[in-house]
Write a protein that binds this ligand. Structure first.
Ligand SMILES: Cc1cc2nc3c(=O)[nH]c(=O)nc-3n(C[C@H](O)[C@H](O)[C@H](O)COP(=O)(O)O)c2cc1C
Length: 132
């Protein structure tokens, strides 16, 4: 059974941009290894994450992420069963305040969202539009 979880959260105070970049690198390599796919976006003090994969793996990872002291105020957006896993890889993106600088990256990111499960794509696009 495949499952998808998405949430937004706020970065804890005292966490540097360097630490966030390291976290993004770690999540891509961890998730690609265990075949969890999705996206993690950091922008202006907030995280937005989508996790897709085998249900137990995704819920176990989410439990761990919820306990992580590097963020707080975690608000789930959806938790639902999905037909299949549509992402090939896990993608992370660090958006600076200067969105124009990251235009290309943001466009690439949006094209990645198009590969999401159709049942969650609209919610993800909605959040993305309002995120950056
Ligand atoms: C916003 C946020 C998102 C995270 N996303 C992931 C993730 O997708 N995959 C992952 O392995 N760890 C993620 N982590 C880190 C986990 O909370 C945890 O530190 C990491 O999995 C290492 O756990 P371990 O020490 O038990 O191996 C995230 C942390 C934060 C703050």
């Amino acid at each position: 059974m495949n499952y998808a979880i998405s949430y937004v959260s706020t970065v804890a105070s005292g966490i540097s941009e360097n630490e966030i970049e390291n976290l993004l690198k770690l999540t891509s390599s961890n998730n690609n290894q265990v075949k969890i796919t999705g996206i993690l976006l950091y922008s202006n003090g907030n995280f937005f994450q989508v996790l897709e994969g085998e249900k137990t793996m995704v819920t176990d990872l989410f439990e761990k992420i919820q306990q992580d002291k590097r963020h707080y105020n975690l608000i789930p957006i959806f938790k639902k069963e999905i037909e299949g896993q549509k992402f090939d890889t896990y993608e992370n993106l660090f958006l600076s305040l200067d969105a124009a600088y990251n235009r290309e990256e943001l466009d690439y990111y949006k094209s990645h969202v198009e590969k999401l499960d159709p049942s969650i794509r609209n919610s993800v696009n909605y959040v993305l539009e309002n995120f950056s």
